[in-house]
Design a protein around this ligand. Structure first.
Ligand code: ZN
Length: 304
């Protein structure tokens, strides 16, 4: 082999080496890129999923009846599964009279007076879990609820999860505020509470047991629900949906606490109300306001 040929061969070898190096470089880069995209995608999917769950929970105030053991929050807390109304003792036998408690959350609103008018027309007493609003119309609504013999319960002043469930102090401050407003407008020392999102809500990043303990210590009863009208989940519901959602569950229980909403956007709930009352009565149900004697429906309770 002459020198020139040897040089060519050497160049050729070097070139092959460089190409090989470049190839493995590109492969490595691609591999890392795929790896990073996979991680980012998984993270995004997880984020979207948990956001969706949170949104549902906020909108529905969903009943998460079974406490998931994977929830660290609940393992650490003193909470145990409460009576969600589906307990054996509350299941209806054929001869049982149905007791139905209609509850309206999130008012006062522009719909409150219409709801009160309908209840008055049918001579039905219900329960209103109210938020704090101090405009003239709202103040009149609190008073009207009480004057017309309905029960009134606290549903927090702010209904803002982030503020309400920030700490025990913020919860107490909020509770005192709505309690005082009800006292000022109706003269009632209110001892009834419904947690925004229900006692089992997993939206707030705090342990619900401290708030439950506070209410217990102050002899304030909290009431969840065992029948949902479905009027919280979205605005895409009809009066027929409300009626069917309620009727399909109400027939299962001796005592039904029905979750409905008295908010500005819930016109279909107002529309459903007369027919719902008629259907309930046709089923032999008696419709009552929540009192001290009402069976408590609580999604979670404090472990004693
Ligand atoms: Zn609410």
């Amino acid at each position: 082999m002459n020198e020139a040929n040897e040089l060519d061969l050497e160049r050729y070898r070097n070139k092959r080496k460089r190409v090989k190096k470049m190839k493995s470089g590109i492969m490595g880069f691609l591999l890392i890129w795929v790896l990073i995209s996979t991680i980012v995608m998984s993270f995004l999917v997880y984020k979207v999923y948990s956001l969706q769950k949170q949104m549902n929970s906020i909108l529905n105030g969903t009943k998460t009846t079974s406490l998931s053991s994977s929830s660290v929050k609940n393992i650490d807390s003193r909470l145990v599964q409460g009576n969600s109304g589906a307990d054996e003792e509350n299941l209806r036998a054929p001869d049982d009279v149905l007791k139905v408690y209609l509850t309206f959350d999130d008012g006062p609103s522009n719909n409150s007076n219409q709801i009160l008018d309908i209840l008055d027309d049918y001579n039905v007493k219900a329960t209103f879990f109210v938020n704090g609003r101090e405009d003239e119309n709202s103040l009149a609504v609190y008073k009207r609820i009480a004057d017309e013999g309905h029960s009134i319960g606290m549903h927090s002043y702010s209904h803002k999860y982030k503020d309400l469930y920030k700490s025990l102090d913020s919860f107490i401050e909020d509770t005192n505020r709505i309690h005082q407003l009800i006292l000022d407008t109706t003269g009632q020392d209110c001892k009834l509470y419904r947690f925004p999102g229900g006692s089992s809500n997993q939206v707030s990043d705090t342990d619900m047991s401290q708030y439950i303990a506070y209410l217990n210590d102050n002899h304030i009863k909290y009431m969840d629900w065992n029948v949902s009208s479905g009027d919280a989940s979205s605005s895409q519901y009809t009066a027929d949906d409300v009626i069917e959602n309620v009727m399909k569950d109400v027939v299962r229980y001796k005592t039904s606490v029905v979750l409905m909403h008295d908010a500005n956007t819930k016109n279909a709930t107002v529309e459903a109300l007369p027919r719902l009352i008629e259907r309930l009565r046709a089923e032999g149900a008696i419709i009552l306001p929540i009192t001290d004697e009402t069976k408590l429906i609580q999604h979670v309770t404090l472990d004693k």
